[in-house]
Design a protein around this ligand. Structure first.
Ligand code: FUB
Length: 331
């Protein structure tokens, strides 16, 4: 079994990117808490982000220290969850979810001139943003997209049809706090909730248009069903491109798989392809996929270092391979 890459802190939800020939990891920073485990994820009570880097996949990992703290973000109340980062316009952008002062998960952005930060946050969250686990993807034509969403504690199921832009600032959706926790749609013939995608403005600070559903279909072209817990989207969106195809990967949550789907456009639709990683030790599973020095890697986390404590996770890495049809397997 691979060893944790970082042992002096607990780290989770690793978003890995290569900037200036160096591999940077943007993870959550897990911390000890007395909050009991619950299905709302209250035990994931993080307050800051560190950025890490590696010059080679087997080399030492450098901790660049605190890159952003909740105390520095005016709109945040608590729970700085899984972040991601991107480079565009000569700047580095850190996207992060957290609860706002009303307890609603939103997505914020912070900017730096260096990949390791420190990052300076915008005063408010991205207008029209909601839920968790932002993954930012800058395509070859330099257009940038934000993928996001998470069920249960991630509140995706709390956003239901509304008219116009509601008081919570989300176009066509209204927030229903009574649906927090494990209240996703269920029942035969019901479609699973979709992850969301929005194109980002050139300055990376706002959505070009309201987020839309990212369709994930079965091989026969049907939307994945809500009760198909081994394949339906739960959280941990990630987008990468391989040989001209778009790969959307994600966690199935309560069935604990990392799976992927492929498509021909960053907006989808995507067709389910299979599993990348079987369940790890711990409830959550979350990852990123990146090419570094000519090989492809899966960054993920498990709870081996903490002896199985769900909210104390550690980042690990494994090489992945593609076959001739572009199917992913672990090396
Ligand atoms: O780290 C907190 C949450 O746990 C993340 O946002 C989810 O993806 C899960 O890993």
């Amino acid at each position: 079994m691979p060893s944790p890459l970082i042992t002096h802190l607990y780290t989770a939800d690793p978003s890995a990117h290569v900037f200036n020939n160096t591999l940077y990891i943007y993870p959550s920073h897990d911390r000890e808490t007395t909050i009991a485990f619950n299905d709302n994820g209250d035990q994931y009570d993080m307050t800051d982000y560190h950025v890490f880097s590696m010059d080679s996949i087997d080399g030492p990992v450098t901790d660049h220290g605190i890159a952003l703290s909740a105390n520095d973000v005016p709109w945040v109340s608590k729970q700085m969850w899984a972040p991601d980062a991107a480079f565009k316009n000569g700047k580095y952008y850190l996207f992060f979810p957290a609860r706002d002062k009303k307890g609603i998960f939103r997505i914020g952005v912070a900017v730096s001139t260096a990949p390791e930060g420190p990052f300076v946050p915008e005063d408010n969250f991205i207008k029209g943003s909601y839920s968790i686990d932002p993954a930012v993807f800058v395509d070859e034509d330099d257009k940038a997209y934000l993928y996001f969403g998470g069920l249960w504690g991630g509140q995706l199921q709390c956003w239901k049809g509304g008219e116009g832009v509601g008081e919570d600032g989300v176009d066509g959706l209204a927030f229903d706090a009574s649906l927090s926790g494990p209240n996703e749609p269920s029942g035969s013939g019901v479609k699973a909730l979709c992850p969301r995608v929005a194109q980002l403005s050139d300055d990376m600070l706002s959505f070009v248009s309201p987020p839309r559903d990212l369709q994930i279909l079965t091989e026969s072209g049907e939307p994945i069903a809500a009760d198909d817990h081994e394949r339906r989207f739960f959280e941990a969106a990630w987008m990468h491109r391989y040989r001209g195809k778009y790969y959307f990967s994600y966690s199935t949550g309560d069935s604990h798989y990392l799976v992927y789907a492929t498509g021909d456009s960053p907006f989808g639709p995507f067709t389910y392809q299979g599993r990348i990683l079987e369940p790890v030790l711990g409830w959550t599973t979350h990852h990123s996929i990146v090419e570094f020095q000519g090989r492809w890697y899966l960054f993920y986390h498990d709870c081996e270092l903490s002896g199985g404590v769900d909210h104390l996770r550690s980042v690990k890495v494994r090489e992945i391979l593609y076959d001739e049809e572009g199917k992913i397997s672990l090396a």
